[in-house]
Design a protein. Structure first.
Length: 294
């Protein structure tokens, strides 16, 4: 689950060290002397490879985890047990929201090819970790199919995007020789997690005294797509800064929970419910970046 995070940390560290090394000792002050930054080149040529780091914020558009439950009713609709089967399935059908908002940080590598003075085509790959994007939401509810003997439920959902990366094309126009505006889009991927837990108990019923539970989880890499745009300014020789917006869509996931079964004290199955959860991972990224152009 955390493999992409470890890769991302190493990627960022390598990028940061590379940028420091590329800056060279001449960019650092010696004693009390301040070295003036090199002026931007007259033509601000964009063609070539570059490497950089980025940081920003992401927020999700689709936060809801929907859970639907089928009533498996082992008693075929007979007796009070059938009423409890219906109530158990109704309680276990719900929607709860858990956002994936958080700070992001990572690195990128890419190539630009400038055509004439105004037009540019390029490709870029990036990876970043998402920090504090995990959220849990809990809700308690109850139904009383038989007076005096309610079913009480506690339900909890959890969602997280651990890391996200993209491989994109870029199409740009130089508004001025050193200022680039671009659109971008392509492939996106992310390490996504969603989890649902349900606990029910029938109160005031000595023959069915124990709580019963259901659990299900999705934890895997999701492919998708991304699109957006940004501005990039070459402010000195080899160096540029950028501001960028991306929308990403990693699609929907569906996962089955364990059966929600309630047994009486003699071991006979009393209620039986089959829950299934589904959710969608999509959202927005706003970030800034620093690039070194070779």
């Amino acid at each position: 689950m955390k493999s992409l995070t470890r890769i991302f940390v190493g990627f960022c560290a390598c990028n940061a060290l590379a940028l420091i090394a590329l800056a060279g000792p001449e960019s650092l002050p010696s004693g009390k002397e301040m070295i003036a930054p090199a002026p931007p080149p007259p033509g601000c040529t964009w063609t070539g490879f570059y490497i950089g780091i980025n940081g920003g914020y992401t927020w999700s558009d689709s936060d809801t985890v929907h859970t639907d439950s089928r009533n498996l009713d082992p008693f075929n609709g007979l007796g009070s047990e059938a009423v409890y089967n219906i109530a158990a399935a109704q309680l276990a059908t719900f929607s709860l929201s858990a956002s994936n908002d958080g700070f992001i940080g990572g690195g990128q590598i890419g190539y630009n090819q400038q055509f004439g003075r105004w037009f540019l085509l390029g490709a870029e790959a990036d990876m970043q970790g998402v920090f504090d994007s995990d959220q849990r939401t809990r809700a308690d509810s109850s139904l009383t199919p038989v007076p005096g003997f309610p079913i009480v439920q506690s339900a909890q959902v959890f969602r997280e995007i651990d890391s996200i990366g993209t491989i994109r094309g870029r199409v740009g126009i130089t508004l001025m020789p050193c200022l680039l505006i671009y659109g971008t889009g392509g492939f996106a991927y992310g390490e996504t997690i969603s989890r649902t837990d349900i606990t029910q108990i029938v109160l005031n019923a000595p023959a069915i005294p124990n709580s019963y539970h259901s659990h299900g989880q999705w934890d895997n890499l999701r492919p998708g797509w991304t699109g957006g745009g940004g501005l990039e300014w070459m402010f000195m020789t080899h160096w540029s800064i950028k501001a960028e917006y991306l929308f990403y869509d990693l699609g929907s996931v569906t996962y089955h929970l364990s059966r929600l079964k309630n047994f009486n004290t003699s071991g006979t199955l009393f209620t039986d419910t089959a829950p299934t959860s589904h959710t969608k991972f999509e959202g927005n990224i706003v970030r800034g970046g620093l690039n070194f152009h070779f």
